[in-house]
Write a protein of this length. Structure first.
Length: 148
C-alpha cells in the first residue's frame, strides 16, 4: 500500500469527492431541487463520507481511524437508500440511479477493505506490545524506587 501522507491521498476520499460532485449536479435539477429534505439529506450523506475519512485520518490510532471509516461506510449506504427514493419519485433517471449507486458501492467496498486493513493484527504488534509492557514495568518499578 503506498504511503498516505494526507487524507487527500486516500483513494476512497478522492472517489467520495467525485460522488459529491455528481450528487450536487443531480440534485440541482428540478424537481429534485425542490424536495429540500431529500436533496439536503443525500448531499449531507455524501459530504459526510469525505469528512469522516478526513477526521479519521487525523486521529491518533488505526482503531479510531477505522471507526470513522465505518461511519463513512454508513453514509454510503444512506446515499444508496436515498437514491431509491429519488428514483421512485422520478427525480433521477434509471441511468443516473445506476451510476450514483455504483459509485457509492465502490466507495463502500474501499472503505470496508481499508477498515479491515487498519484493524488487522500484524506480526509486528506482538513485539511492540511486549516492549510497551516492559517499558511500563520499568517505569512502574523506577517510580517506586526499584521496589515492587
Amino acid at each position: 500500500m503506498p504511503k498516505i501522507e494526507r487524507f487527500e491521498d486516500i483513494q476512497a476520499w478522492q472517489k467520495a469527492r467525485e460522488l459529491v460532485q455528481a450528487i450536487y449536479a443531480a440534485t440541482k435539477q428540478a424537481p429534485f431541487s425542490k424536495d429540500f429534505g431529500l436533496r439536503d439529506q443525500i448531499r449531507r450523506a455524501g459530504v459526510s463520507i469525505m469528512l469522516n475519512i478526513a477526521e479519521g485520518f487525523a486521529r491518533r490510532t488505526d482503531r479510531e481511524f477505522a471507526q470513522f471509516l465505518v461511519q463513512a461506510h454508513g453514509s454510503a449506504a444512506e446515499i444508496q437508500a436515498a437514491l431509491y427514493v429519488a428514483l421512485d419519485q422520478g427525480y433521477i433517471t434509471q441511468e443516473q440511479f445506476r451510476n450514483l449507486y455504483e459509485q457509492a458501492g465502490a466507495i463502500s467496498k474501499m472503505l470496508l477493505t481499508f477498515t479491515q486493513y487498519l484493524l488487522k493484527p500484524s506480526a509486528s504488534d506482538a513485539p511492540q506490545t511486549l516492549r510497551t509492557l516492559k517499558t511500563l514495568q520499568t517505569l512502574k518499578t523506577s517510580s517506586r524506587g526499584g521496589q515492587e
